[in-house]
Design a protein around this ligand. Structure first.
Ligand SMILES: NC(=O)c1ccc[n+]([C@@H]2O[C@H](COP(=O)([O-])OP(=O)(O)OC[C@H]3O[C@@H](n4cnc5c(N)ncnc54)[C@H](O)[C@@H]3O)[C@@H](O)[C@H]2O)c1
Ligand SMILES: [Zn+2]
Ligand SMILES: [Zn+2]
Length: 381
């Protein structure tokens, strides 16, 4: 089969690999019909994630058709159209039993802090991902769901990560009626977080980024106010001024380990990798939120420490909530929202790229070229 393969930072290509086979009776093999590139894939692409091995296939956002099932699989059969959450979870451990599907204890032999994620290096279990013609899906009765008849395939692929994660970001913000919510990052996750904040009762939603075409889209898609942080003197001061010097009620960090906006932080993290991630946007959240407010962090950070302003968070009495999104847990409500037209997840898709040209997709997404926000990857066969 054809599969995207990592060759080193900034270097990916498409190669022939063996079609994956059933390794455990609970496995399924899925023929991928549509995948996507996530902002998280850029952290891999830029060499930010530990134990990323040459030859690894990325891709944790994908939908497809069940090609083969192991003898123990009960809920799926060959030919079913499925969407697959980015988390791999066993469904029965302490954490899965509590709906913490992103924190499963049984799927990652390499680490306890992080669960299993398709195509996300050996630190996240070493599972090959879905930017390929076929992918092995472990615990096939747990994660995947059949795509309902009425659901568009492109909406389905956005429900494997970006949309639920944005929604989750808003949930972690514990938004109350009328709250001022500031979302840092106007990528797919931030856009969905902004849109979801209204569903949870926000009174004002403000999106911060420095990529103008994304901010333009945030205004139409998420009906948010927007600020380009390079166009204001000090973004924290700007937030304070617009909130009567109290600060926002809720700040959502949807940027993660490669945040721009402060030269020293960016160089020590994204370039020199001395920090587990650039805390620029996270520190802006801590500084911009009001005392007693909530900071929701869905941006991804690595295992090393980062220079986070914890003292300020402590003295301000902040609630900081964060996690990998437990995608499966979000589906019942999100399926309803999509069915009723409240959310149209595929509205953020900007590019549809054949698998053979996937390197171009990474290039566009990484460098924010050609208005790229969310590229889909379409396997050729
Ligand atoms: N927690 C989870 O389960 C989960 C799931 C998916 C993605 N993520 C993470 O969420 C983050 C966002 O994902 P995405 O797909 O939207 O990525 P993305 O790269 O498309 O978007 C990030 C945006 O942040 C902007 N940005 C950079 N520095 C900034 C700053 N200081 N302030 C405000 N904006 C800034 C960038 O210009 C970009 O538009 C990534 O770190 C990703 O790894 C987490
Ligand atoms: Zn992702
Ligand atoms: Zn589990």
């Amino acid at each position: 089969m054809r599969a995207m393969v990592y060759r080193g930072p900034g270097r990916i290509r498409v190669e022939e690999k063996d079609i994956p086979s059933i390794e455990h009776p609970n496995d399924a093999i899925v023929r991928v019909t549509c995948a996507a590139i996530c902002g998280s894939d850029l952290h891999l692409y830029h060499g930010m994630i530990p134990d990323l091995r040459v030859g690894h296939t990325f891709g944790h956002e994908f939908v497809g058709v069940v090609h083969e099932v192991g003898p123990s699989v009960q809920h799926l059969k060959v030919g079913d159209r499925v969407l697959v959450p980015f988390n791999i979870s066993c469904g029965s451990c302490f954490f899965c039993a509590r709906g913490l599907y992103g924190n499963c204890h049984n799927v990652n032999p390499n680490a306890t802090a992080i669960g299993g994620i398709y195509g996300y290096s050996h630190s996240a279990g070493g599972y090959d991902g879905g930017q390929a013609e076929f992918v092995r899906v472990p615990f096939a009765d747990v994660g995947p769901s059949k795509i309902p008849e009425w659901m568009d395939e492109e909406d389905a692929v956005m429900l494997t990560d970006a949309c639920p994660t944005g929604y989750f970001g808003a949930q972690l913000g514990e938004i109350r009626e009328g709250d001022v919510v500031v979302v840092f990052g106007a990528g797919p996750v931030g856009l969905f977080a902004a849109k979801s904040s209204w569903l949870m009762g926000a009174g004002r939603v403000i999106v911060v980024d420095h990529v103008d075409y994304r901010l333009d889209f945030a205004r139409t898609f998420a009906h948010a106010e927007t600020v380009n942080f390079t166009q204001v003197n000090d973004i924290v001061q700007w937030v304070k001024e617009t909130t009567e010097f109290l600060g926002a009620d809720v700040c959502i960090e949807a940027v993660g380990s490669e945040a721009d906006g402060a030269f020293f932080q960016h160089v020590t993290s994204a370039k020199l990798k001395l920090q587990g991630g650039s805390p620029v946007a996270l520190n802006w959240c801590i500084d911009s939120v009001r005392k007693g407010g909530t900071v929701s962090v869905v941006g991804a950070f690595g295992p090393l420490f980062s220079a986070v302003k914890f003292g300020d968070a402590m003295n301000k009495g902040l609630t900081i909530r964060t996690n990998q999104c437990p995608v499966k847990r979000q589906w019942p409500r999100l399926f309803e929202h999509v069915k009723n037209g409240v959310l149209k997840p595929s509205a953020i898709v900007t590019h549809r790229i054949p698998l053979d040209d996937i390197a171009e997709g990474y290039h566009l997404m990484s460098n924010k070229l050609d208005g790229c926000t969310k590229p889909l990857v379409i396997p050729t066969s």
